[in-house]
Design a protein around this ligand. Structure first.
Ligand SMILES: [Zn+2]
Length: 329
């Protein structure tokens, strides 16, 4: 028995196997987990979040609503979906036209961003607002004086439209190239509008950018900040109606044809319709507000939708344009 004093008994083959397993499997696994586990956990939670979002999008409206209401903070967004019958009906028609994914996407903007509650509130805001327009920054770089551009905008864009724009910035660089899952192709935007900051950015794209092009770009981008997502001077019901009207035009045979809109093709059909509607509204406004003297090429129904909104945004708009055209002749 001396043999064993001060030393461990020789390991049995079972012990050997166990320690080998320990080392080979558990230690390695643990090290790998330490190294990759955290990344895996982050990825897994992103995947689970996306899965829940998609699952909710395909559930029937009532189940979706109760699931969404259980998430703190989103309650306000959806609670009044069921308050007013006509709103409820337009919301459901948008869900039907766009499918649940695009429908929920559109509704989440309409319900979460600011809206006036009544026409009177809109009139009050428009009366109380001095027409200073958005802050213009950086266009002097391309030989367009900032105050000249500000004047043109004040004289040619409806007051309410300008109320919804905070800053218009020229950046003397190309925009980053984006792989646009929302658009189905990648491109470098010439200009962009941010519905959350309410800022518009125009990027350097050509050596010489002319005021005419700037105006066309701005008409498009300003329209983005005045669509059903972002126009805080429309009531929620008016915003729902505007989206329904534009979706209807998008499916009409006599719709305005813009190559840009027709080219938008993300894989998801419901997203495709939603993105096309968003750009359709901006394109028809760009055409409507094209520089004075150029022929407009808009079907009457599109003109009607635009003028209905313009009237709300600036009751003196048409008079203002008449005056502007007389002056510039
Ligand atoms: Zn656009």
């Amino acid at each position: 028995m001396k043999f064993f004093v001060g030393s461990r008994p020789p390991p049995s083959s079972w012990d050997l196997l166990e320690s080998w397993l320990d080392e080979l499997i558990f230690e390695k696994l643990w090290k790998r987990f330490e190294r990759w586990g955290k990344i895996f956990l982050i990825r897994a939670s992103v995947v689970i979040a996306i899965f829940i979002f998609f699952a909710l999008s395909f559930l029937p409206a009532r189940i979706t609503k109760s699931a969404i209401l259980s998430v703190p903070g989103i309650h306000e967004t959806y609670e009044w979906l069921f308050l007013n019958k006509s709103e409820n009906m337009s919301a459901e028609s948008i869900r039907k036209q766009l499918g649940y994914l695009g429908g929920n996407f559109a509704l989440s903007f309409i319900y979460s961003l600011d809206s006036v509650k009544t026409e009177e509130e809109r009139t009050q805001i428009l009366n109380d607002t001095d027409l200073l327009g958005p802050q213009i920054i950086g266009f002097e770089t391309i030989n367009i004086p900032d105050d000249k551009l500000a004047n043109i905008l004040r004289e040619t864009i409806p007051k309410g439209f300008l109320y919804n724009v905070k800053k218009i910035i020229y950046e003397d660089r190309e925009s980053a190239s984006l792989i646009m899952i929302f658009y189905g192709f990648s491109f470098k935007p010439t200009s962009s509008a941010n519905p959350l900051t309410k800022n518009i950015t125009v990027f350097c794209q050509w050596n010489a950018i002319q005021i005419k092009i700037v105006r066309e770009l701005l008409a498009h981008e300003i329209a983005h900040l005045n669509d059903w997502n972002s126009n805080s001077l429309l009531t929620r019901e008016e915003r729902l109606k505007l989206l329904c009207d534009v979706l209807e035009r998008l499916g009409a045979k006599d719709r305005y044809v813009s190559c840009y809109v027709e080219y938008i093709s993300p894989k998801n059909e419901s997203l495709k319709k939603y993105m096309r509607a968003t750009e359709y509204w901006a394109e028809i406004n760009g055409e409507y507000m094209s520089p004075v003297g150029e022929a407009r090429n808009l079907p009457p129904k599109d003109t009607e939708i635009i003028e209905d909104v313009l009237q709300k945004m600036d009751p003196c708009y048409f008079q203002k344009i008449d005056d502007w055209q007389r002056q510039s002749r």
